[in-house]
Each structure stands twice: as C-alpha cells, then as structure tokens.
Design a protein around this ligand. Structure first.
Ligand code: PLP
Length: 482
C-alpha cells in the first residue's frame, strides 16, 4: 500500500468510524451471536489474492461488527466503563501511523519524553506528590505483576541473583481480600508466591473494606509461624462492589514490617481526578506503587494503564537488562522505560493521553465523571425506594449492586430469579449489565459511566429492569462454578 492509497482508504475508514459511533445506539448492546458464528463466517484458508480496502471495510461491517458487544453503547452497564474517547482514538491512530519503535530512549526520544510528561501531568491531576514517578503499562494486570515481582525482590534481598524464591527458607506472604480482582491472584501465582502463601484478609461488614485489625493479626500470626510478610495489594475501588480499603491504616501496619503496599485503583483511579474523592485513598503517599487505568472510566482508549512508584531505582535494579546493542552514550541522562517493566518494545501510548487531554480537556472529563456519580446516586435512590428492591452495598462511586427479592424467593430460587431477569435484559440487546456473586448469592451490578450515558438512559434502564423483574417467572439455569 502506498501513502496515496493509504490516504484514500484511511479517509473512508475514518468516515465509517464516525458514522459507526454516531449510530451505535441503534445496535444491540450485547453481541447477538452464538459461539463459533463469526469463525464460521470467515474463510477457513488464508486469502489467495488481496481483497482490497473497500471489501475489507464491507466485511468489517457485515461480518465482524455483529460480533462486537458494544461497550461504547449508552445502555452498556456491564463490567466497568471502558470508554474509548474519540479524542484519544486520534492519538492511537497517530501512534500507529508513526510506526515508531520504543525499545530505548535512542530508538524514539519523543516516545520516552512525552510519556514522562503525561505521566507527570496525571500525577498532578490526581493530587499525588512529586515523590511519584510513572510509566504507561498495557494493563493493571501487568502493573500488579510487576509490583509483586519487585516486592518479592525487596523482601528477599534480591533472591533473583541467587537461587530465586526456590532457595529461600522463609515463605513470602501476600495479603489482599476476597474483593480483589482476579488479576491480583493471578499476579501472586505467576510471581511464584504460591496459593498457600496468599492471604485473603477478613473484611469489615457491608463496606467490604479490608479490616486493618484482621490484617495486623494475620501478619503477626505469619511471623510467629516463621513466614516473611512481603506485599499487600490494597484496593482503591474493588471489582465487586467498589470497596475502598483503608490505605492509611494499611500503610501504617506495612511500615512496621517493611511490607510493600501496591494500590490497585484500576477502575477508581479516575475518581482521583476529582479532589472531593481523594479522601477515599487517604494515606496513599505512604504506599510503594499505584496502578490505575485511564482506559476505563476516564476514557483514554485501551490500552493505557498508569503505574507509579516511589522507589524507581529499586524497580530498575530488578528489571534492567543492558545488552551491548541497546547501550548508548547518553544512558546516564535519559530514562529507559524497558527497565520499568516486562516488555522491551513499547508503543507510543502517551499520544493517547496527550490527545485526550489536549482535545477534550480535563474540565470536560471531570464534569462527565461528576455527572456519572450523580446518576449513580439517582439510580440507587430509585431502587432502594421501591418495594422488594435492595441496594446491596454502599454506592461509593458509580457502581450500584442491586437485587429484586419478591415474597417467597430466597436461596437458590432467588438466584434463579435474579439471573432470569438479568439474562432476559442482556439477551434482548436493549441494555447490558453483569450478574455477579456477593457472598455466594447472585446480584446485578449496574456500572454507570459510559461516555454517552445520560440520565435519560438510566430512566430507561430502570423501566426495563422493573418490567423484566416483574415478568420473569424465576426460572433460569445457574451457571456452573468452573
Ligand atoms: C479492571 C480491573 C483490573 C484489571 O485491569 P486490566 O487493565 O484489564 O488488567 C484490576 N483491578 C481492578 C480493581 C479492576 O477494576
């Protein structure tokens, strides 16, 4: 493809994307297809001759788009807001078009230095002190794994330079709660701690925040048993009910035993753009690392996850490699982001944030977040004021966990009823929300915050929910646990 051909096909594609975003609301939210349907609609063998840009665009629309669950749809209330603002999409396109290579400062100085700058802008915008330095990772999962790897090396005095964890005589322990995202458990297992050394600390009642008392007690018990407390993954906005662990109490306990504190704020980090919500991570300055995703609620298109640390030297000591072919004579003056994580080659992701802040602007982003927070309170009030309806957890941010419990429904029959009305709505394509378990019982999680979602959409959702919950007979198969 020549640049001239690219120009023509590119204009067409951009026009198509603009129309697609404009007309999103007419599409079903959840992909209305069966497993394997998309695969069967595609050729089994590779194309023998090129199809051309126009045909590909037609197939994109006809074959692939039906297989997309529309998370940019204003009636999407599932999982979490995965906003892909068009401003940041331009940055993503610029990044692709430039086609640069981020393996060292020398391979693309602008990539490194814009990343330094935008990470520092977001540090300031979230009220963190100058003690923090950041980089962009692909996901919060990667940041958590990286944090646990370097925590492991700090606690074991660089076991990687000896026999690794396998040669340590004390087991290293990681602490979090049942509310932790699955990626936290995965990171602990991949970093070699082992499930036996992962502690799910008790939580405080309905808040489902980590109990500081239980944490302190667990740490004492582990020390008494000859183990070495290594890291705490504290949650600023947990996955299930968006619970907030008491970071100030947790960091105070951690300081007594030199335990690493990683703050997982993947979803709720966006709320820290609002000064009035920063009390929710009070004490964060004493943590060791923080991860949050602009690619969720804030709306910088995936993948864009921020990873902040206070002791970058330690990070680099664990992660650095310095092969001869990557050395240059300015190494002492520049940042080498390959030493800040796992991948060597990095994309020019900072452009997405640069475009997002430069076109939408922080005031508009903040106004939208506040709109969503208001909408969540409005919705929760409607639900809790209605007969047989419950809001199951404090609405700390934009997620509302609800259940409909008519007379005579409890235990498994209540589960069947919940799944029946939630699934009926999801299957209809009119709206989408995630069923999830809370203390072993099913509920509906309504996660508000898609860029296009207004109060009118929430009014519509509440109508739909009442309609379906009153209509379904209460029969739905329970999903298996596997
Ligand atoms: C979404 C989420 C994650 C995982 O984020 P990725 O960037 O997809 O890895 C981790 N923790 C919490 C609290 C989340 O909300």
């Amino acid at each position: 493809m020549t640049p001239e051909e690219f120009r023509r096909a590119g204009h067409q594609l951009i026009d198509w994307i603009a129309d697609y975003r404009n007309n999103l609301e007419q599409r079903p939210v959840r992909a209305q297809i069966e497993p394997g349907e998309i695969r069967r609609a595609l050729p089994r063998t590779p194309p023998e001759s090129p199809a051309g840009a126009e045909q590909l665009l037609a197939e994109l629309e006809q074959v692939l788009v039906p297989g997309i669950t529309q998370v940019q749809h204003p009636m999407h209330f599932g999982w979490f807001p995965s906003n892909a603002s068009l401003a940041s999409t331009l940055g993503d396109i610029a990044s692709s078009g430039l086609g640069c290579l981020g393996i060292s400062w020398e391979s693309c100085p602008a990539l490194t230095e814009l990343e330094e700058v935008v990470c520092d802008w977001l540090r300031q915008l979230t009220g963190l002190s100058q003690n923090w330095e950041g980089c962009i990772q692909d996901t919060a999962s990667t940041s958590c794994l990286t944090a646990l790897l370097i925590a492991r090396e700090r606690a074991s005095d660089y076991s990687e330079s000896r026999g690794g964890l396998q040669a340590e005589d004390k087991p290293l322990i990681v602490y979090t709660t049942e509310e932790a995202h699955s990626s936290v458990i995965k990171a602990a297992l991949l970093a070699g701690f082992g499930r036996d050394n992962l502690r799910l600390v008790a939580m405080d009642g309905a808040s489902r925040a980590m109990s500081a008392t239980a944490l302190a007690r667990q740490i004492e018990a582990d020390i008494a048993a000859g183990s070495l407390p290594c890291a705490i993954v504290a949650l600023t906005g947990s996955t299930g009910v968006v619970a907030f662990d008491p970071i100030d109490q947790i960091t105070a306990i951690a300081a007594r035993h030199a335990i690493w504190v990683h703050v997982d704020a993947a979803m709720a980090g966006s709320a820290m753009l609002l000064p009035e919500y920063r009390h929710l991570w009070e004490g964060v300055e004493a943590a060791d690392s923080i991860a949050w995703n602009p690619h969720k609620w804030m709306g910088t298109i995936l993948d864009c996850s921020l990873f902040y640390l206070r002791d970058v030297q330690h990070l680099v000591r664990v992660m650095s490699t310095n092969p001869s072919y990557l050395r240059s004579n300015v190494d002492h003056e520049v940042r080498q982001y390959r030493d800040w994580g796992i991948p060597l080659g990095r994309r020019f992701r900072a452009l997405k944030i640069w475009y997002h802040l430069g076109i939408d602007g922080i005031d508009a982003i903040r106004a939208r977040l506040r709109r969503d927070l208001d909408n969540a309170q409005w919705f929760a009030q409607r639900v809790s004021a209605s007969e047989n309806w419950q809001v199951l957890a404090p609405v700390n941010l934009q997620t509302v966990c609800i259940r409909h419990q008519p007379d005579g429904f409890e235990g498994e029959s209540l589960d069947r009823h919940t799944l029946a009305w939630v699934n009926a709505i999801n299957q209809s394509g009119a709206a989408f929300m995630s069923p999830a378990q809370l203390d072993g019982r099913w509920m509906a999680r309504v996660s508000i915050g898609v860029e296009a979602t207004t109060r009118a959409h929430l009014e519509k959702l509440w109508q739909l929910i009442q309609l379906h919950a009153n209509e379904v007979t209460g029969e739905s198969k329970l999903p298996s646990n596997s």
